[in-house]
Design a binder for this molecule. Structure first.
Ligand SMILES: O=P(O)(O)OC[C@H]1O[C@H](OP(=O)(O)OP(=O)(O)O)[C@H](O)[C@@H]1O
Ligand SMILES: Nc1nc2[nH]cnc2c(=O)[nH]1
Length: 181
């Protein structure tokens, strides 16, 4: 894709959450998470790559001791339809016996987060919590619900705030939905 095509993608998209809304949502999530996990010394795991913006903005708002690490799993690989869950970096052995909080940018069909939860339980996590910046309102019965949900987004392909559109635009401070084809 050329820079002009990438710009046209954004120009034709619809903003579904402004940058101010996203900041307010992350503030609320930080306080909800502190209410549940402040005394647990949790291991916080960001799901690369989509969670990078969410994690980077949430972590400084969590005012209690925690350990941070990441895992990398992908299922969309720059496309707008998901496929098989592919592990690129497994969680570390430090999950055993821990209260683990998984951070991700979006819960869509739920396959990714369910696979992460199962993996963490297999590795001996004492309790697995999850926080997602967005939950897609797609009418599906999902295999997992997140414990902490930022925003509901419409049943369209969304991007910005860590979420990509054809591999691009993760850097946007607001959330957009691709124009319907
Ligand atoms: O609920 P699901 O339908 O399973 O989709 C959610 C997952 O899809 C995205 O990851 P993606 O595979 O696009 O990789 P990325 O993090 O590199 O964008 C997103 O970051 C979630 O991890
Ligand atoms: N960027 C992005 N990634 C996703 N993964 C699952 N659904 C989506 C979506 O709508 N946008």
């Amino acid at each position: 894709m050329t820079p002009l095509q990438a710009q046209q993608l954004l120009d034709n998209a619809e903003c579904v959450a402004s940058a101010d809304t996203v900041q307010a949502v992350i503030n609320r999530l930080a306080s909800e998470i502190a209410g549940k996990l402040a005394a647990d010394l949790p291991l916080v795991l960001a799901v690369m790559g989509g969670a990078v913006v969410f994690a980077g903005q949430l972590l400084p708002r969590l005012n209690f001791p925690l350990e941070f690490d990441y895992l990398h799993v992908t299922r969309y690989r720059g496309k707008t339809q998901g496929g098989a869950v592919e592990w690129r970096v497994l969680p570390g052995q430090n999950v055993a016996g821990r209260s683990v909080l998984v951070l991700d940018d979006i819960l869509d069909e739920g396959e990714t987060l369910a696979a992460i939860r199962d993996k963490l339980h297999d590795m001996g996590a004492a309790r697995v919590w999850s926080a997602v910046l967005t939950n897609k309102d797609n009418g599906l019965t999902k295999p997992i619900q997140a414990d902490f949900v930022g925003l509901e987004v419409p049943n369209r392909y969304v991007f910005g705030c860590g979420m990509d559109a054809y591999g691009l635009w993760r850097n946007l401070p607001a959330i957009y939905a691709l124009k319907d084809k």
